[in-house]
Ligand binder design. Sequence first.
Ligand code: SF4
Length: 217
Amino acid sequence: MHDKDFIWSDIVSKVSRCSKCQLHKYRNKPVPGEGPLSSKLLFIGEAPGQKEDEEGRPFVGSAGKLLTEMLEGRGIARSDVFITNVVRCRPPNNREPSDDEITACGEYTTSIIKLVNPKLLVTLGNHAGRFIFGLVGIKWAGVSRMRGRWVKVDLLGLKDVYLFPTFHPATALYNPNVKSILDLDFDIIKDLYVGLSKESVGRRSPSLLDFIQGGTH
Ligand code: SF4
């Protein structure tokens, strides 16, 4: 077994036995995440829903269908990206995860980021954005304000990772305005991903200062 496979098995095993937060009481199956362990593109969402809890896989419900469509409509195979959430057990009644739960599960979130070592990390929604941007000391101002811009950072010891925040696909299911914005953002994600695949993003990368000062692209 390769090192990455071994570390992933260890994470999956720990998650399957985890009781670090109260969400373990409500789960049917924990949802550690899925995808290639060396993917250049990592998505982090919010929490498993009913279907994810039944299958033990992330983004397999209607929001997942939309995510898959937006990727594959732009020539990115879902099977080429890694997908996880900021909590790995389903909150009761699909409520939002609490800060305490996200912090408790943060050990797995950061382990997965370090393991996959992505060049582009996309946060979906406020909870993922707040947690990930908090790791690099950027104050989260809400997804409506933060979305659509990337910043290149050193993250958890990984060099030059592009962070890109956007809405959670679930928000777009019943809101055509958000769907239009997501389409714009996924066009940028595609450009970044294609650029990274050629080992050049082809556009000026903003500094952390640009981002903090609200620079746009
Ligand atoms: S949500 Fe995360 S921290 Fe909470 S019990 Fe599940 S795996 Fe453990």
